[in-house]
Ligand binder design. Structure first.
Ligand code: NAD
Length: 320
């Protein structure tokens, strides 16, 4: 693969573009309007600074505890070379409004437009006739399944999901998920590409809402919250039960404080929105959960401005 096209220059689109360019690929971001260019360029500028700051931190005495696996391995870290790669990436990324020009000769196109079925279908229908036969097409959708869109792509055998985590230079996973018609060749090519851009490729061999991480994380978080809202125990004790019992670094309430209470509320709502997130058995087990109680506890925190670590208080208090 040489030419990489990212459709959409939002939070994740700009990160995927920067990471691929950092790893030496020829990267174009397709954007739908001049206004999108005005919103995307500052994100690219910000990413340049984030990479530079991360490299400086990795090169400091605190480096080991702040390592960014998407930037370099611990064994052969050369900060000068990494900084050069950042500058090359920064000056190399192209922003393109013409979809035909962007798609021409693309080896891989990663769709990262808004999480909305109608918008994604319209995008695929417009793109399908413009792609060369070789192009592999991926979606970065967090909650929508690729089988929903395969028929609009004109190449269901070369269409699949590649799902990134936010801050990909640090959280460098790529969950690669096939839909029913994805060919083995396309799947393997995307796994190889993910590794080439310094992601840890995690194969998901059949469709599953929530991929691997959220399929495990969401039930875990909801289980902790349910214990609390039903008065079974308090957040600190629930967190300790999990951490001391398993050796995990954080319990559910510490995680809620890191991701933010608004996101916690969205996770609870998502249970109702994305029923396929849980297996039928797990769903049966979660059904008696007190979702109403969870939402009211979280809403109270939001109303009080206790939004998690970022605001200084969530389930715990933090010194600024
Ligand atoms: N934000 C995250 O943490 C995260 C993590 C993993 C995956 N994702 C997924 O990535 C995708 C994009 O999310 P994001 O957070 O970057 O969103 P965002 O809102 O930051 O960016 C969306 C981008 O899509 C463009 N866009 C919106 N509507 C469009 C349309 N109709 N046609 C063409 N372009 C359009 C916007 O101009 C923008 O560039 C979603 O599918 C989301 O589920 C997001």
């Amino acid at each position: 693969m040489k030419k990489v096209v990212i459709a959409g220059g939002g939070v994740l689109g700009s990160q995927i573009a920067f990471q691929a360019a950092y790893c030496g690929f020829d990267v174009t971001i397709w954007l739908r309007s001049q206004g999108s260019i005005g919103r995307t360029q500052p994100k690219i500028d910000g990413l340049r600074n984030s990479y530079i700051d991360a490299i400086k931190l990795m090169d400091s005495p605190q480096g080991a505890s702040n390592w960014c696996r998407g930037i370099a391995d611990t064994g052969n870290f050369d900060p000068k070379k990494c900084l050069e790669q950042v500058e090359k990436a920064y000056s190399g990324i192209k922003l393109e409004l013409d979809m035909a020009k962007a798609a021409a000769d693309a080896d891989i196109i990663i769709e990262s437009v808004a999480e909305n079925v109608k918008d994604k279908v319209a995008f695929y229908e417009a793109l399908a006739p413009l792609m060369p036969a070789k192009t592999i097409l991926c979606t970065n959708s967090s909650t929508l399944l690729p089988s929903t869109f395969a028929k609009y792509t004109g190449r269901p055998d070369k269409y699949l999901s590649m799902h990134f985590a936010n801050s990909i230079w640090k959280n460098n996973t790529a969950e690669v998920m096939a839909q029913g018609q994805t060919s083995r060749e396309a799947f393997d090519a995307v796994v190889a590409f993910a590794n080439d851009i310094r992601m840890v490729a995690l194969p998901v061999n059949k469709e599953k809402n929530g991929y691997l991480l959220n399929s495990m994380l969401v039930p875990f978080l909801l289980s902790g919250l349910d214990l609390y809202v039903n008065g079974v125990s308090d957040p600190a004790s629930i967190d300790k039960a999990w951490k001391f019992g398993t050796g995990a670094p954080r319990g559910p309430f510490e995680i809620f404080d890191v991701v933010g209470i608004n996101t916690a509320r969205n996770i609870v709502l998502q249970y109702q929105k994305v029923p396929g997130l849980f297996s039928p058995l797990l769903k049966k087990m979660l059904m008696p959960y007190n979702f109403k109680g969870m939402l009211s506890v979280l809403q109270k925190k939001i109303d009080e401005g206790k939004l998690g670590r970022s605001s200084g208080e969530g389930f715990y208090k933090y010194s600024k």
